[in-house]
Write a protein that binds this ligand. Structure first.
Ligand code: PMP
Ligand code: GLN
Length: 398
């Protein structure tokens, strides 16, 4: 039939047509190609604790996890996740029915959305949103409804307008997809903000998926408070985290979901047909990592805070407007003081101009023009690497 040949029809389906290669792959390849300092993709340039790496080696050598681990995850890790939630947040989850191990937070997000959405359901996500959210909502046939975080004065960072969030809820809204601490802005939602979000979810009987992969990366007096701790939230919230950021092993891809049994069962139904299981030996190592003493988490935070401070002051000296992040690996900047307005063009030229790679925040926006002047730099790098990046970036203004 005319017009129906395979060559006339695009290979990538309509749901995914708008999502090309992720910005992280594009920018990391650009960094390698140009020999630039990669402050784009968020991964540390030093590995996590030696004893945890050794725990993975031990598991491999002892033959623990080299064959398919159990579908929901190994019991040791599910127990360690439950103990972590109880110890840190007073949240009690049954390791057998309320914890699910996933291939990183990425799979947890995909499985949750594929499991919980019907085609046409609206999903409210905080814009700028992590790129996999939009793709997974699309794969599930949902409709994303962005609520934009807006920059306040320098120092205060980006904030959520609770009125805008309330206005975004319609009878078709099924789910709130939250992320705190927030990538890419570094915003940490406060207790009053979370309390209001919880009230809204209860009032409209919404499900909530909350991505808390940066739960341990909060600085100064910011506090990470899981949404599931608020009244009425435990039974409607799918909480997601992962080992990548907390233990500086982003390549291991061990994540987890904690939620009420009905929600975990639903998410597991989708998850079992995505990867079934993953990361056998690493699950044993992460179970040990979650039991590390508090000093590990305090040292991680102090180390990253010093890196944030170095990069934030360096970027300010280089002429950027800096939105000081309260959490995560990332600093969002405004490039307009440098006489620039298009973050995409700026980031594509930056390796040539300064030997540094960064991420244009516009990729995380439906309202691309709103995100255009913002550029994200990762500070999870060694101090001497950040110092060198800053000295290169200072040449931009001259
Ligand atoms: N959510 C957010 C907000 C992220 O920044 C990332 C990247 N670490 C992920 C999820 C994915 O996490 P993972 O590597 O565990 O799949
Ligand atoms: N979460 C990391 C970031 O935001 C990247 C993860 C990925 O490459 N998908 O930079």
């Amino acid at each position: 039939m005319a017009g129906m040949t395979s060559s006339a029809r695009p290979l990538l389906n309509r749901r995914l047509a708008e999502f090309g290669t992720t910005i992280f792959a594009e920018m990391s390849a650009l960094a390698v190609r140009t020999g630039s300092i990669n402050l784009g993709q968020g991964f540390p340039d030093t590995d996590g604790p030696e004893e945890i790496r050794e725990a993975a080696v031990r598991a491999l050598r002892d033959g623990r996890g080299n064959q398919y681990p159990p579908g929901p995850g190994i019991p040791e890790l599910r127990t360690a996740v439950a103990e972590h939630q109880l110890r840190r947040y007073g949240l009690s989850y049954d390791p057998d029915t309320e914890v699910l191990v996933t291939a990183g937070a990425t799979e947890a997000i995909a499985a949750a959305l594929l499991a919980l959405l019907e085609p046409g359901d609206e999903v409210i996500a905080l814009e700028p949103y992590y790129d996999s959210y939009a793709a997974c909502i699309a794969m599930a046939g949902g409709k994303r409804v962005p609520v934009t975080l807006r920059p306040h004065q320098e120092g205060a960072g980006f904030r959520l307008d609770l009125g805008e969030l309330r206005d975004a809820v319609t009878p078709r809204t099924r789910l709130l997809l939250l992320n705190t601490p927030h990538n890419p802005t570094g915003t940490v939602l406060t207790r009053p903000e979370l309390a209001e979000i919880a009230r809204l979810a209860v009032e409209h009987d919404l499900l909530v998926v909350t991505d808390e992969v940066y739960e341990h990366l909060v600085y100064d007096d910011a506090e990470h408070i899981p949404l599931a701790t608020f009244p009425g939230m435990r039974e409607r919230t799918v909480s997601i985290s992962s080992a990548g950021k907390t233990f500086s092993f982003t390549g291991w891809k061990v994540g987890w979901v904690t939620a009420a049994p009905g929600l975990v069962t639903a998410v597991r139904s989708a998850k079992q047909f995505l990867t079934y299981v993953s990361s056998g030996p690493f699950q044993y190592a992460v179970a040990e990592a979650l039991a590390l003493p508090d000093t590990y988490f305090e040292t991680l935070r102090a180390d990253l805070r010093a890196k944030r401070d170095l990069l934030a002051s360096g970027l300010a000296q280089a002429g950027f407007t800096v939105f000081r992040p309260a959490g995560t690996y990332f600093i969002t900047t405004d490039i307009r003081p440098l006489g620039e307005g298009d973050g995409f063009a700026f980031c594509r030229a930056l390796p040539e101009r300064a030997g540094v790679v960064a991420i244009p925040n516009a990729v995380f926006y439906d309202h691309r023009e709103t995100g255009a002047p913002f550029v994200r730099f990762a500070f999870c790098k060694q101090l001497h690497v950040l110092e060198e990046a800053v000295s290169r970036l200072k040449r931009l203004a001259s």
